[in-house]
Design a protein around this ligand. Structure first.
Ligand SMILES: NC(=O)c1ccc[n+]([C@@H]2O[C@H](COP(=O)([O-])OP(=O)(O)OC[C@H]3O[C@@H](n4cnc5c(N)ncnc54)[C@H](O)[C@@H]3O)[C@@H](O)[C@H]2O)c1
Length: 263
């Protein structure tokens, strides 16, 4: 590959996910080169130039977002102003901050949303072509995984008293984004792939016996019903995150230049 064809990648956020993606880029991904990163507390592990979001967007062709959702609008603004490609893992930000969609509508940037902690989105996209009648995601975590969620506080749910698997929420993905902002990336990704945040239904279950986080999606169309279930064990670097989510970003980056791409 000609050096001029190599695309420069910038990582926004070097926490659990951003560090895993950085390791993969440093190990080598065809056609891509790690250029720089943005991070408030850069880890010693990497010898990488740290820059602000504007510089990241100006210098890189592809910007990989691995930030807390609240920071995403600021990054998106910088990336969209440059018309660069944004790989967005905090898909919940699209639901939580409608200004991102508005800014994106005015830009030439592509936004690529990796499958993250979820699976089955290929089938969801296929079903969408024929019309989806119902799209539901049920997420289950240990009760402590929902500590601090605005819905839990508002409803006065005592997580410590839950002794068996209990449904603590049922509503639209839009409502889930407000009530469980730290837990709703999967619902947001399913919404974006399928029938949108108002139509996608979300169930949230607390299970004291659960070892990690599991997600089940059921998507129904006229000719097919799709069930996908995924069980993720916690990422040791961030128990609230998942290894699969990081590697789904790496897979998106590899697909940028792979000669054979399975979608
Ligand atoms: N789509 C999915 O299925 C999925 C799954 C897991 C995580 N996620 C998302 O990925 C995001 C990253 O996850 P993580 O486990 O790596 O989180 P993390 O907390 O380990 O890392 C976030 C990093 O961002 C840095 N940061 C915060 N503010 C910043 C700023 N203004 N400028 C630069 N850096 C800043 C922090 O210092 C931290 O290192 C999460 O917020 C979550 O929304 C999505």
């Amino acid at each position: 590959m000609d050096a001029s064809e190599i695309k420069k990648v910038g990582i926004a956020g070097l926490g659990a996910l951003g560090s895993a993606v950085t390791r993969a880029l440093l190990a080598g991904i065809d056609g891509l080169r790690l250029e720089c990163a943005s991070e408030l507390n850069p880890p010693d592990e990497f010898d990488i130039e740290i820059v602000d979001f504007e510089t990241l967007a100006a210098r890189c062709d592809i910007i990989v977002e691995c930030l807390p959702p609240a920071i995403v609008p600021k990054l998106a603004e910088a990336v969209f102003a440059e018309g660069k490609t944004l790989v967005l893992i905090s898909s919940c930000a699209f639901l939580m901050f409608p200004e991102i969609q508005k800014m994106h509508d005015l830009s030439t940037s592509r936004v690529l949303v990796p499958s993250g902690a979820l699976a089955g989105l290929d089938g969801v996209k296929g079903l969408k072509e024929l019309g989806i009648e119902k799209s539901v995601i049920a997420s289950t975590k240990p009760p402590r995984g929902f500590e601090g969620a605005p819905y839990v506080d508002k409803m006065g749910i005592n997580l410590a008293q839950i002794e068996s698997k209990t449904r603590i929420f049922e509503g639209s993905a839009l409502e889930a984004a407000k009530g469980f902002p730290a837990n709703v990336n999967v619902a947001a990704t399913l919404s974006l792939a399928g029938i949108g945040a108002e139509q996608t239904r979300v169930e949230i279950w607390a299970d004291p016996q659960a070892k990690g986080n599991s997600h089940e999606i059921t998507v129904t169309g006229e000719f097919s019903t799709l069930h996908a279930r995924i069980e993720n064990r916690p990422d040791p670097a961030n128990p609230k995150s998942s290894m699969l989510a990081a590697q789904s970003i790496v897979a998106v980056l590899r697909d940028m230049n792979n000669a054979l791409v399975v979608l």
